[in-house]
Structure formats: structure tokens, C-alpha cells
Design a protein around this ligand. Structure first.
Ligand code: ZN
Length: 163
């Protein structure tokens, strides 16, 4: 356990953040809501952001550019697939989000990008894959993680049952 006044591994950190794309469009923000809480040094948040927050104190604001590769990754065109339209038991339309079972049984989320007479094209990339990210972040609070949180690698909320 550590009582560091700045962000080091095993600290529970609350941050307020605004996420923008290179055009300045706000993609996500904690403004007006609860801050994001995470356990530092346990890959709870994207690596580029975690690295930039290392050593920061409560009240400090940082602006961070995270290249796509350090954010949600580059786009992988092999994740764009075509399936026969007959595979779908419902009407598919572009922009629709579809959940499917991937290799190994893991759930995958795909976005319908095109529908032709016989074929449906789906994109399994994260919506922010290939997007350079800009974060404006303020450190809202900081405390030492508990032994249990550190062992689990994530934050336990107040009043939450043990897990
Ligand atoms: Zn846990």
C-alpha cells in the first residue's frame, strides 16, 4: 500500500475527462456526471492515458494526445467481414449493431456497414479504432488501493458486495 500524493501504481484515481477526436468533436465526457474511477497500473484504462497520468497530483489538469495505436488500436480491415444475408433471422440495415459469437465463443460486437441483395458487410473494429484521441483530464481524487483491490486488479465501490 502507498500513500503517495501523486499517481503511482496501486492508487485508486478519480478523473474527470473530456475525449475529443482530431476535429474537436466531443466523443465522451464525464462532465456533469460521476468521475471515472480506476486502479492505476493495472491496465484498467487505455495505456497511453495511463502513462500520461503517472506522477500527477489531485487538481492537476493535463491535455493528452493519444495516437490511435496507443488508444483503441489501428483499424484492422480483416475485421470487416461479409456474411450471407440468409444468416440473419431479422431485417438488417446499415449502422445496426449486431452481437455475434466469435471464434472460441467470445462475444463480438459488429456494425453493419452495407447490405446488398445477398450479402451483409459487418465491421468488427472498435468504433474508435484508427482515431487519434485527445483527452482533457483533471485528477479529482486519489487514495491508496486496498490489498484486495490490488490483488483483484480493479476498484471496489463503497457498499459493493465482495467480488
Ligand atoms: Zn474484485
Amino acid at each position: 500500500m502507498t500513500d503517495s500524493k501523486t499517481i503511482v501504481a496501486d492508487q485508486v484515481v478519480e478523473i474527470h475527462y473530456t475525449l475529443k477526436n482530431p476535429d474537436g468533436d466531443v466523443l465522451d465526457s464525464s462532465e456533469g456526471g460521476d468521475p471515472l474511477t480506476y486502479l492505476h497500473g493495472h491496465d484498467n484504462i487505455i495505456p497511453g492515458l495511463e502513462a500520461a497520468l503517472e506522477g500527477k497530483a489531485v487538481g492537476e489538469s493535463v491535455s493528452i494526445d493519444v495516437p490511435a495505436a496507443d488508444g483503441y488500436g489501428e483499424r484492422d480491415e480483416e475485421k470487416v467481414i461479409q456474411l450471407p444475408k440468409d444468416n440473419f433471422e431479422f431485417e438488417v440495415e446499415p449502422e445496426m449493431i449486431v452481437r455475434a459469437e466469435g471464434p472460441g465463443g467470445a462475444a463480438v460486437v459488429l456494425k453493419v456497414v452495407a447490405v446488398s441483395e445477398d450479402t451483409v458487410s459487418l465491421d468488427g473494429n472498435h468504433p474508435l479504432a484508427g482515431v487519434d484521441l485527445h483527452f482533457d483530464v483533471e485528477v479529482a481524487s486519489l487514495r491508496a488501493g486496498t490489498e484486495e483491490e490490488i490483488a483483484h486488479g480493479h476498484v471496489h465501490g463503497a457498499g459493493e458486495p465482495p467480488h
